[in-house]
Design a binder for this molecule. Sequence first.
Ligand SMILES: Nc1ncnc2c1ncn2[C@@H]1O[C@H](COP(=O)(O)OP(=O)(O)OP(=O)(O)O)[C@@H](O)[C@H]1O
Length: 202
Amino acid sequence: MADTQKSHSFPSLEKASKPELLRALESSLGTSFSSESILPTPNSLILVISGPSGVGKDAVIKRLRQVRENLHFVVTATSRPMRPGEGYPKGKSGNSWGKGDIVEGRYSRAETLRRILGDSGLFIFLVAESELALVERLIERKTESKEELLVRIATAREEVKLAKRFDYVVVNAQGKLEEAVNLVGSIIDAEKARVRQRTPFI
Ligand SMILES: Nc1ncnc2c1ncn2[C@@H]1O[C@H](COP(=O)(O)OP(=O)(O)OP(=O)(O)O)[C@@H](O)[C@H]1O
């Protein structure tokens, strides 16, 4: 009976205004519609970008920062030892991350970070399209001696074997930096939309 009465008082779908229809629907349901976001605020994301020396980690991160304002820091993990002063800033609580999505610092191996962070971090492995392309890029950079080049190439061969320990592999192909950056951006977006979010801690 009550239902019949309500349907009698319901305004015409054709004639009523949107606000009238919203009010009528709310009154039929007995609850009002919330304008609050349906999605919870995504967790902060710790992004670790690793890959062989010369693959373009710095270049990708620099560009990523330009195109995505909300990224504060990035961890890059290289074969190079960590420089003094590079490390994880602690969040306000002392053992959690602050607001920043990403933390910068150079670690000897992404493996160490994986041990610390487990699945709470997002690990991306950057590769060139081929070993030849990587070596060409290293040569063109002109920052390494012959000995350093040989060490970096040998290390790169070892590091590529570790790619399976990462969550994603992104190809930074010659002349296609923008594509690599876009793919990293898409991965970040996908992570933010995950139902089961990673929960960063340290
Ligand atoms: N997609 C690309 N196409 C062509 N050149 C690139 C690309 N990405 C990076 N480079 C160039 O390759 C060189 C190496 O890049 P970068 O210094 O960013 O590497 P890296 O991975 O940070 O190396 P390292 O671990 O030794 O610091 C630089 O000269 C950079 O400008």
